[in-house]
Each structure stands twice: as C-alpha cells, then as structure tokens.
Design a protein around this ligand. Structure first.
Ligand SMILES: O=C(O)CCC(=O)C(=O)O
Ligand SMILES: [Fe+2]
Length: 320
C-alpha cells in the first residue's frame, strides 16, 4: 500500500461527557449503542472524555518530554527483556522513534520503581502524573469494555471479573521531527495485541491513521478537541468477543520537522488468565472461532517474525 493513500474520511466521535453516564440510564444505553457500532465497523472511535483535567494531560506530556531528554544510558536503565515495555529506541527501521513503557501504571510501587530507575533521587511530578492520568483515563477503558460486553448480553458476574483481571501499560512515545518534505512512516501498520488502547497526542495533530474495514483507505485521525482520545480495539478483545468486534489497524506517519509525542494507555490481561471467547458470544449462528490462548505466549509470537500483528496472524495462531 502506498504511503499517500489517506482520504478525508472521519472516525465516529462518541461523547462520554454526560454527567449521567451510569449503567442503566438512557444516556448510557445510547453511548453503548454508539460504542458497539463503532467497534463493529471501525474497531476504533474518537471519545470525548472530560474526566482527565487539561492540566493533568499537559503534565503527562511535560514529564514525557523531560524523560526523553535524559541521557540514553539513563533511559536504558528501564530496558525490559520484553519488547515494548521499558525503554525502546534506536530501532534500525524506525531510528527516530522512542518509547518508555510503564508496566502496571495503576500500581504505586511499580510506578515508583520505574521512576527511581530514571531519577534515582525521585521525581514525584513524574510518578504522580503517570498514576493519576492512568487512574482517570482507565475509567474510559472500563466503561467502554463494560458497554461492549453488556451490549452483547454478557452476564454481570463475568463483566465484573473480566474488568478486574486486567492491568494497565502506559506507553510514552516520541517521534523525532526532522528536516524533510516527504511523509515518512513513524510506526508500521499493526493491530494492538491487548484489550483496548486509548491514545492521545500533543498539539502535533497529524500522524495517527486508521485503516477502513474494507482495507482500502487510511483515515487520518484529527482529534476534534483537547479532550479527545482515540480508542482502539485490540486482538484480545477480538478473541473474547468471538470476532464480533474489530481491531483497528493503525499506523503513524511522521510529517516534517514537528516532533510528535503521544501517550497510550493499554489494558492488558493478567498473565495467569487464559483468553477465550465469552460463553454468550458462542451459539449456533456464531460458532467458536478461537481456542484458548495465553497472552504472554501470543505476545512473544508476535515479536518473533514480521507480519504477525494482524488478524490473519491471530487466526493462524489461535483460530479454530
Ligand atoms: O503513537 C501513536 O499514536 C500510536 C502508537 C501505537 O500504535 C502503539 O503504541 O501501539
Ligand atoms: Fe498500536
């Protein structure tokens, strides 16, 4: 696919700002219908969500810039044996991209441990911003997952248990801008492996693109407001919902001299739980599509060869 295939298409925009957005209300049911439609048709949507104060969102981008300014040797103190956790940079195919992945971003001890590796003397603004951003933004993740499961009639006990069986990974990302006129790939096209991903970016608006379901076009994502977040379905949610919700294929383009910073909140299954389609999603009309799989093993599989970050590879890995 050529790089310049983007069209002036738009993602669905869903408003989560109603103060009455609680399960059982008319507002909830209406947003729930929109979420289902968007995840069925795009595997992705733009959420308007005002529970993250503007100053907090700004603070996260400020500490992210501060962290990336640290010397390379310092950033490398948080290198993880697992790809895309800890620090990753200097990737030969994407030399201008760097990421700092904070695993268990909801857990004070883990965030403090991560922070102390970067700043041995501590950095409370960093750790507190990461934690409170995770706490506030995870509400959007939890609401979305509850809505999608409810809309397919999944029972309440399962939903409660499911929502508690995840942890959060926060990825701080930087795409260095350089002098050039051509568009260039900042991150190759892929689907995420986790449950849901929530993305936001600094004031550099361009970059993120999501593929249409028919595989023909790239939608340029231009968040409409300062309180916009992009929500993407991941492979694990796709398996849980027995293929009934899509995973949004996405990529990042780097454009010109502007350095782009983005932040992603990823809900990830806890390793001890095997992933398989929820009972209510399987019936005569919708036969079981996937066998149980272990998330860590699947994650490892996707890192061991090219082209393993799409639905075809997922089906080859655990399809029936
Ligand atoms: O930088 C972004 O907006 C997207 C990052 C992304 O797709 C990922 O981390 O999986
Ligand atoms: Fe992604």
């Amino acid at each position: 696919m050529s790089l310049e295939a983007s069209l002036a298409l738009q993602l669905p925009v869903i408003d989560f700002t109603s103060p009455n957005l609680k399960p059982g209300t008319v507002e909830w049911d209406s947003v729930r219908d929109d979420v289902r439609k968007a995840l069925e048709e795009y595997g992705c949507f733009e959420a308007l969500f005002d529970k993250v104060p503007v100053e907090l969102r700004k603070a996260v981008f400020d500490v992210s810039e501060e962290a990336f300014r640290l010397p390379l040797e310092t950033k490398q103190r948080v290198v993880s044996s697992r790809k895309y956790r800890g620090y990753v940079g200097q990737i030969p195919t994407l030399p201008l991209f760097e990421v700092l992945g904070v695993d268990f971003a909801e857990n004070e001890d883990k965030v403090n441990e991560f922070t102390h590796k970067l700043w041995p003397q501590g950095n409370t603004i960093f750790s507190e911003s990461v934690m409170s951003f995770t706490e506030k933004l995870s509400e959007l993740d939890l609401m979305t997952r509850r809505m999608i499961m409810e809309s397919f009639g999944v029972n309440e006990n399962y939903i409660e248990k499911h929502l508690k069986s995840t942890k959060f990974l926060m990825r701080l990302m930087k795409y260095q801008g350089v002098e050039e006129t051509e568009e260039e790939l900042g991150m190759e096209a892929h689907t995420d492996r986790n449950m849901l991903t929530i993305l936001c970016q600094n004031d550099v608006q361009d970059g993120l693109e999501v593929k249409t379901r028919d595989d023909k076009h790239w939608i340029k994502v231009n968040p409409s407001q300062a309180s916009s977040y992009i929500v993407l379905g991941g492979a694990t949610l796709h398996v849980l919902m027995n293929g009934r919700v899509l995973t949004g294929v996405h990529r990042v383009m780097r454009m010109g001299t502007n350095t782009r910073f983005s932040v992603g909140l990823f809900s990830v299954p806890r390793t001890e739980d095997l992933i398989y389609p929820v009972e209510e999603m399987v019936d005569a009309e919708h036969p079981r599509l996937f066998k149980p799989f272990d998330f860590e093993a699947y994650f490892q599989f996707t890192t061991e060869g090219p082209g393993r970050r799409d639905l075809a590879a997922l089906r080859a890995y655990c399809g029936l």
